[in-house]
Design a protein. Structure first.
Length: 294
């Protein structure tokens, strides 16, 4: 595997998705990339155990990308070694009637990981400045004051949402949540190939929806909205990482590597030490148990 600098994947405020690669040469075959993931995955799982025991930080992993970008399989492969008590995955679908009665961040706030745990958002609070921007009529379902028609949804409306999201994330970071935001950057051609595979393979047909074709027609619109959202919300506290996603195994390796390298900079995350009174008595406890009679 080629040596990579994870900082090269951080999005700047001037990022241009048309110039950002969807493919990368890691100097390895897909099989080799899969093998390279294994030790990082194991190390991540070990670090998660320390995080759980330490109990002062939480980790929020946000995954965004076009349909077929590989979010589900990435979650399965990168986090498979985690203790189930320490990680929670949540996929955000169309808001329910009850969720629409609250502000748009409410349902996301409810799913945030508690201290000591990983939370993974498969699609995230960014849907509120992505799909709703491509389909502004969806905003009308939120029944917001002063928004009576699509014409009322001005550029200032979206600027306000970007500012609210930044403030939301800043508050989380200040209270101990480590935020990682990954955009799985897929090419239009590769999405076509993946959709065709879903159609050609009967066992994959269930993944296909006619809506996938309709949304694909809005590709350029989505790319523009993703680009502006990333530009406006990639901050030092919660940067976006743009991950070339045409090769799924490469993408999984990159996400795992970024997570592990960043997380291990938090040197204060350690397993807590036993109180002196218990530590001094360990040998006695061991002896008592070993000589226990029924």
């Amino acid at each position: 595997m080629k040596s990579i600098d994870i900082n090269d994947f951080i999005a700047s405020e001037n990022v241009n998705l048309k110039n950002a690669p969807t493919q990368i040469d890691l100097g390895a075959t897909s099989k080799e990339a899969k093998q390279a993931l294994k030790p990082i995955r194991k190390n991540l799982a070990t670090w998660q155990d320390k995080l759980y025991a330490h109990g002062k930080y939480s980790v929020l992993v946000c995954l965004q990308g076009m349909d077929t970008a590989g979010k589900d399989s990435l979650i399965r492969e990168v986090f498979q070694g985690f203790n189930s008590r320490g990680v929670v995955v949540h996929s955000f679908k169309t808001p329910s009637k009850n969720e629409l009665k609250h502000d748009y961040l409410w349902r996301h706030y409810k799913r945030l990981p508690e201290r000591g745990k990983f939370g993974i958002f498969n699609r995230t609070h960014y849907e509120n400045v992505l799909v709703t921007r491509v389909h502004p009529e969806y905003i009308l379902n939120e029944n917001l004051p002063q928004i009576n028609s699509v014409k009322d949804i001005t550029p200032k409306f979206w600027e306000k949402r970007f500012a609210e999201i930044n403030a939301f994330e800043q508050a989380l970071v200040q209270n101990g949540t480590l935020i990682f935001k990954f955009f799985l950057h897929l090419s239009k051609e590769e999405q076509k190939n993946r959709l065709l595979r879903r159609l050609h393979k009967p066992e994959k047909n269930w993944k296909f929806s006619s809506g996938d074709i309709e949304e694909r027609k809005l590709w350029d619109n989505y790319q523009d909205c993703y680009q502006e959202a990333i530009q406006k919300t990639s901050t030092p506290a919660a940067p976006w990482y743009i991950i070339p996603a045409d090769n799924k195994k490469y993408a999984r390796y990159l996400v795992a590597k970024i997570l592990f390298e960043r997380l291990t900079t938090f040197k204060d995350v350690k397993e807590p030490t036993l109180p002196p009174d218990i530590k001094d008595e360990l040998s006695n406890y061991i002896q008592e148990l070993e000589h226990e009679t029924n």
